[in-house]
Design a binder for this molecule. Structure first.
Ligand code: SF4
Length: 601
């Protein structure tokens, strides 16, 4: 009877949540998020109830729940602690701090304590690498961890102190802006760019964006005016999507733009809506930035009150536009625009076949512009100050500025805005980096350059980046960096295509073997071949760029790999005799013939 009451209470609760979403299966991810926030995890019964209510199969709903790292199908602690496992967190001592926390709480990594109080695990970069090592506690970031802070966290957890009573400032994330330029320096009055746009008209504003030479700031660098123009030419309902899923390890500039420059970003989206004729837009906010949600919703409400969102914006019948925030659930691949759209539609974030592109077949198969947070912020400023103002800075092929997230071995990590064309050497001087081994420009999917290449320039024609700029000094072990990145890609591969799903795992295993001192010249040859294969045969950008760090470092630092190799020409990747232990136990055999090295099998 008790069990039945619990089951029917759960069902009623699920029905209530789904009702608030109008029973829309496209809201599946938001529905699962809400239920999990309330119930701690997604039990098999919950998933069945959700499936039934939405008219979906249980397998489909389970598939979606298991795709995203921030959905849990097993119980988590009331304090769920996730350690950011970016390479820069590791360089700041994350591993030792995590071990200390686990030891003192009497728990292993990946476990929930028997009393249900606490669970601890790793997660990919949380977007605060300038203030690491960092953790998320129930989704709220706590930065600059030290031994003292870890010990304090242990006592707060053991005393069951609610998060809103933890010491003041624990969950404050500073902007940490070190250098301002075109976008971060100016005073931006909400609505002024829209007023200008309404006076000039759609064509004139598109002309300004074209004249500015603005290219997408997410890294791919597609011409923004061209994207908007292609989209507006298509018939159907138009959508504007802001890609705020900055998951590239070492990138955190969107965090600052969303936290302190949200009006610019939203005004840029509204400007785009004006140009392409969209009435609806979405901000796809990465799960790690969940803590920014309420503030962002506050900005949307404020803009509604000021008649900068909603119907007849600034009294114009030509501009009706509203924005919803869609919270992601932890999947790096959703930074890829077609995977992001799939996720917006309530599905697993599997990249679509392209063409057709989102400009013609995007959200719900309709024409959609997807742009990065920084691109929209730049567009708002261009709408106000004109294309020439923007194009006067930077280089002919890379106009304007780039906001960098600088982390790693430098005296002043943080946010820097530089004109395109700046040399790497100048950036290193500004952030206080010395005796460098190399720089990872553009995150793990970008380019690893050595100290001999600091004359190179930031720009689409040389070193393009979505914003990540990780500095490594001469004390660092290249292979540890490669190991961290290869683990990241193997974890984040969506599994859709074989070259990436299998290849990223095999590369990770080979690098682990080499790092452990068991690699041979044969392994090196194999990993090189694999890297080429994954790069050339993968379906989307993730697989196509995942091997970059292996190939870049093999080219620039071959000696680092060679020093770790064994003399042997070959050693198997795993111990076959050890792998047969389970079979021996099952059959109850342990005689000589059941052991590989004794020649029995
Ligand atoms: Fe998924 Fe990787 Fe294939 Fe992209 S390349 S579709 S991430 S498996």
């Amino acid at each position: 009877m008790m069990v039945n009451a619990v089951v029917s209470e759960l069902k009623e609760y699920v029905e209530g949540v789904i009702e608030t979403h109008g029973g829309n299966p496209g809201d599946l991810i938001q529905i699962l998020r809400e239920i999990q926030d309330n119930r701690n995890y997604l039990s098999p019964q919950t998933l069945r109830d959700v499936a039934e209510e939405l008219g979906l199969s249980s397998g489909y709903v389970l598939g979606v729940a298991e795709f995203y790292s921030f959905f849990y199908t097993t119980q988590k602690g009331r304090y769920h602690i996730l350690f950011s496992d970016s390479i820069t967190d590791r360089m700041l001592g994350k591993e030792a701090l995590m071990m200390r926390l686990c030891e003192r709480l009497g728990i292993a990594v990946g476990e929930t304590r028997r009393d249900g109080r606490v669970s601890v695990d790793n997660t990919s970069c949380t977007g605060v690498c300038d203030q690491g090592p960092a953790i998320l506690v129930n989704g709220y970031p706590l930065t600059r961890l030290t031994v003292k802070r870890i010990d304090r966290i242990v006592s707060l957890v053991e005393q069951n102190v609610p998060l809103d009573q933890w010491p003041e400032g624990y969950f404050t994330v500073a902007d940490n802006i070190r250098r301002k330029g075109l976008l971060l320096d100016g005073v931006f009055e909400p609505g002024v760019a829209l007023q200008t746009a309404l006076q000039k008209g759609q064509d004139a504003i598109l002309g300004e964006i074209r004249r500015s030479g603005l290219k997408g700031r997410g890294g791919a660098g597609f011409n923004t005016a061209m994207k908007w123009e292609y989209c507006r030419q298509e018939s159907g309902e138009h959508f504007v999507v802001c890609n705020a899923d900055e998951g590239e390890p070492g990138t955190f500039k969107d965090r600052v733009l969303l936290q302190s420059y949200a009006h610019q970003v939203i005004e840029g989206m509204t400007l785009c809506a004006f140009v392409i004729g969209a009435r609806r837009g979405f901000i796809y906010l990465r799960s790690e930035y969940r803590y920014l949600l309420e503030a962002l919703q506050g900005v949307l409400e404020q803009r509604h009150r000021s008649n900068l969102l909603g119907n007849s914006i600034l009294e114009s019948d030509d501009l009706n536009f509203d924005i919803q925030i869609h919270l992601g659930a932890g999947a790096y691949i959703c930074g890829e625009e077609s995977a992001l759209i799939e996720s917006l539609e309530g599905k697993r974030g599997i990249p679509r076949n392209r063409p057709p592109y989102p400009v013609s077949h995007g959200y719900l198969g309709q024409p959609t512009v997807v742009n990065n947070v920084e691109t929209f912020a730049a567009a708002a400023n261009i709408g106000l100050k004109g294309g020439d103002w923007f194009a006067a800075v930077g280089t002919p092929k890379s106009s304007g500025t780039k906001i960098l997230s600088i982390s790693g071995d430098c005296a002043h990590p943080g946010i820097y805005e530089f004109p395109y064309g700046v040399t790497i050497e100048h950036i290193l001087q500004q952030c206080g980096a010395e005796e460098i081994l190399g720089v990872q420009v553009g995150g793990p999917s970008g380019t690893f350059i050595s100290e001999q290449e600091t004359h190179r320039c930031l720009g689409f024609d040389d070193l393009a980046t979505g914003g990540s700029f990780m500095v490594f000094n001469k004390e660092r072990d290249v292979l540890e960096i490669v190991r961290n990145f290869t683990h990241f890609f193997a974890h984040e591969s969506c599994g859709f295509c074989t070259p990436c799903r299998v290849g990223t795992s095999l590369i990770k295993d080979q690098i682990d073997k080499i790092c452990a001192g068991h690699g041979s010249a044969g392994d090196l040859a194999q990993v090189t071949q694999l890297a080429g294969l994954v790069k050339n045969a993968s379906h989307c950008g993730l697989g196509q760029t995942a091997p970059n760090v292996v190939l870049d470092t093999l080219e620039r630092f071959p000696e680092c790999y060679e020093h770790r190799l064994k003399e042997l020409s070959f050693e198997p990747g795993f111990d076959l005799d050890d792998a047969l232990e389970i079979s021996r136990q099952m059959t109850g055999r342990d005689d000589a013939g059941a052991h590989l090295e004794q020649g029995g099998i």
